[in-house]
Design a protein around this ligand. Structure first.
Ligand code: MOS
Length: 770
């Protein structure tokens, strides 16, 4: 496979940053030695199991645990009544209980939990717990749930959250338009399908504090949740993240509820309890990507300028608010795409239904609208008689342009990503080549562009600070700790690179600890493609506090002014005379002799952001990343099966710390994007998920992966460490519409609903051939 091409825009010299060093956790993972939460055993440990609602909507009249309690080996059973603290998972809108008390709002909702000496006994005990339900009619259609006369699931009604963006004058905009395209777009659930299911191990300590190990993205959310459920302050709750086998947003808020229940069991049993989800319960009872209906209307002048965009967004929140307000906010912020448009009106709603609560999934509310705006762009281009890439080039955001929220952009490499992708994919030749085809198998090529607000932005700004602890040891090595987490994306490696770069050391000289709330202050969640930027800056801040003390020592040892000293290849070297050098190790050792402080806490606080709830105007995000994806597909017009054959993905995520890891991020996003576009579909019947396994819920395998060519355009974000922005989520959100547009190019059939399964493609083709 081709190694990613990198175009540097700001010349900086690096020794470790920008190099494709091997992942720091590669060996342990390849050898199967990494310890996931399922691998952990503690003396006296019990096994936890959760009893789940049998109905998508029911009153809980009575829970009788007396028979279950009699079983040998059952140590503790908990229901809502056993909660010493608050029975509400703390998040944006507090409406979700740890254990359902008098009503269950979705199929699979936790009602009670058992801790026993074995999983089998715990499972058996569950079967003996008697729950008297009064089933209620479930609210399963969000468009019904939003009607004023619908039954109300929450005291606040069924509208969990709503936002709008108003810019210019939409009426005037559509009057100016010569061509208008209007369509509804439907998307469905997407399951995270992380390899490692959810799991926690809670250990009550003799001093009445508690330690919880587990698979998670957001240890401080978990700390807050355990503190809430047990009614003990946060300094008595220590959360340590274990090796996490994938998350993709699915371990953002969900682990809070699981850790709460596990901690409750451990507290009552006064013994350690481990609780691991089985795959089917993980699929049934944990968050997914929000199903959405996006109603889109856009207008252009005949010379190809976007003048009006009107969008209505409806996102199915599921039973509880969880992260829906934040997901919806990110969705609306990106709803007009990375394009200039003077007149915008967007209204967005997240609506409660009796389904599993939907939450964070890589892209966080964006893939739904990217599918819509990129489908619109292609249809507008066609009506104009313009090439879709040319049409995008005419309308994309450039330096100095304004987003729909009125934010003026600085570091923006979108045009370069587009131009580069067009050339790498031989776009023009392929479009011509595929214009006239006949026969059963047709090839097509499609393009899509996207932008992504890096980090939490104005809706989550209170969480947008991050810390790091850096210590230089007496033998001249470096230990670092950060508050963000590794979940497979490569954070440990890139942050180790940053610390090594700062001290002029090699990767082996730096060790990054597992994330532990007892070590680093609350650094916000590990989401929103923010870890490298936020923790990277925090590490640099800490290093900057330690370096002067190291230089004091080196200066003394070398008789050189600190101003003329630099950190290089394990030495501190004079810039005037390269032979004047002392090893980092000797300086560190001497530093300890002199009792100087060679450890520090670093902190980074994101630059200010703003959002006016009335108008939707403001500087919503600190900066944005950009991408252009081009897909080529072969469509079997007889069966409707689509096979992606080639992908070109060009990204502007600022400075790239590790090109191979970054390329891996893009590959992963492309593959998840293929799943979202073509195959992933949960089957629900009366609110019950029927295909909670990987036999019937199809995700791409290695056989489905096309050739992928990746390139990076490195614009410089002045606040990022070395110009870094963020990459994690962008590849997935940018990808699906490139496939949908390629299907259209191949067949003339346009899909308005995801996934484009063979059935849907078949019927779409049949419709246009009639
Ligand atoms: Mo991520 S989807 O922002 O956890």
């Amino acid at each position: 496979m081709a190694v990613a091409k990198v175009t540097e825009k700001v010349e900086m010299k690096f020794s470790v940053v920008g190099k494709s060093v091997i992942r720091v956790d590669a060996k342990e993972k390849v050898k199967g030695k990494a310890k996931f939460i399922g691998d952990m055993y503690i003396h006296g440990m019990l096994h936890g199991k959760i009893l789940r609602s049998k109905y998508p909507h029911a009153r809980i009249l009575k829970i009788d645990v007396s028979e279950a309690e009699k079983i040998d080996g059952v140590v503790a059973i908990v229901t809502a009544k056993d909660i010493p603290g608050q029975n509400i998972v703390p998040l944006i809108i507090s409406d979700e209980p740890f254990l359902a008390a008098d009503r269950a709002l979705y199929y699979g909702e936790p009602i009670a939990a058992v801790a026993a000496i074995s999983e089998e006994i715990a499972e058996y005990a569950l079967s003996l717990i008697k729950v008297d339900y009064e089933p209620l009619p479930p609210l399963l259609n969000m468009m019904e749930a939003i009607k004023p006369d619908a039954q109300k699931l929450h005291p606040y009604g069924n509208v969990v959250s709503s936002y709008r963006i108003i810019k210019g004058n939409i009426e005037v905009g559509f009057k100016e338009a010569d061509i208008i395209v209007e369509h509804d777009y439907t998307t469905r659930h997407q399951e995270h399908a992380y390899l490692e299911p959810q799991g926690m191990l809670a250990i009550p300590n003799p001093d009445e504090s508690i330690t919880v190990y587990g698979s998670m993205q957001c240890p401080y959310y978990v700390q807050n949740a355990v503190s809430a459920v047990l009614g003990i302050p946060r300094h008595k709750v220590r959360i340590i993240q274990t090796t996490t086998g994938g998350a993709f947003g699915g371990k953002e808020d969900v682990p809070s509820r699981i850790a709460g229940i596990t901690a409750l069991l451990a507290y009552k049993a006064k013994r350690p309890v481990k609780l691991i989800y089985k795959r089917d319960e993980d699929i049934i009872a944990t968050s997914k990507r929000h199903p959405a209906i996006v109603k889109y209307k856009s207008g252009v002048t005949k010379d190809g300028k976007l003048v009006a965009i009107k969008v209505e967004m409806y996102y199915d929140a599921g039973a509880y608010a969880t992260l829906s307000p934040a997901v919806l906010w990110r969705g609306i912020l990106h709803s007009t795409g990375p394009y200039k448009c003077p007149n915008v009106l967007v209204e967005a709603y997240a609506i409660a239904t009796n389904k599993v609560p939907n939450g964070a999934f890589r892209g966080f509310g964006e893939p739904q609208v990217v599918f819509a705006h990129e489908s619109q762009m292609d249809q507008l281009a066609e009506k104009l008689g313009m090439d879709p890439a040319e049409f995008r080039l005419k309308n994309i955001l450039d330096v100095g342009d304004e987003t729909a929220t009125g934010q003026v952009l600085e570091d923006i490499g979108l045009r370069e990503t587009l131009l580069k992708a067009i050339s790498m994919a031989n776009w023009k030749q392929k479009r011509e080549l595929y214009a006239n085809q006949s026969g059963r198998y047709r090839k097509g090529i499609g393009i899509s562009c996207a932008f992504y607000g890096v980090s939490l932005g104005a809706s989550g700004k209170k969480l947008d600070g991050s810390g790091a602890i850096v210590q230089v040891t007496p033998d001249g090595k470096v230990v670092i700790a950060v508050g963000t987490t590794e979940m497979g994306q490569g954070m440990k490696t890139v942050l180790t690179q940053i610390a090594a770069e700062e001290f002029g050391l090699s990767m082996d000289d730096v060790y990054l600890l597992d994330t532990d709330t007892g070590v680093v202050p609350d650094s916000g969640p590990t989401v929103a493609s923010r870890a490298t930027l936020m923790s990277g800056n925090a590490i640099r801040d800490a290093c900057a506090k330690i370096k002067p003390n190291l230089l004091v020592i080196a200066s003394k040892l070398l008789s050189e002014d600190p101003e003329y000293l630099k950190f290089e290849n394990g030495y501190i070297v004079s810039t005037k005379d390269e032979d004047k050098r002392v090893s980092f190790k000797d300086v560190a050792s001497e530093g300890y002799m002199e009792r100087l402080q060679l450890a520090a806490t670093g902190w980074y606080k994101a630059t200010p952001t703003s959002f006016d709830k009335e108008t939707g105007q403001g500087n919503a995000y600190i900066t944005y990343s950009y991408a252009t994806h081009i897909s080529e597909v072969i469509v079997d017009t007889v069966t409707g099966k689509v096979k992606p054959i080639r992908v070109v993905a060009v990204h502007d995520s600022g400075k790239i710390v590790n090109p191979v890891l970054a390329e891996g991020q893009v590959h992963g996003g492309v593959v998840q994007g293929i799943g979202y576009a073509l195959m992933e579909e949960l089957i629900e019947e009366n609110g019950i998920i029927k295909n909670a396994n990987f036999t019937d819920y199809l995700i791409p395998t290695s056989m489905d992966v096309p050739d992928i060519d990746v390139a990076f355009v490195e614009t410089h974000y002045r606040e990022g460490p070395y110009g870094i922005k963020g990459l994690g989520e962008v590849p997935l959100l940018a990808h699906p519409p490139s496939i949908i547009n390629a299907i259209y190019n191949a067949t003339g059939a346009r899909l308005y609903e995801l996934p484009a399964t063979p059935e849907r493609v078949y019927f779409a083709i049949k419709k246009v051939r009639k």
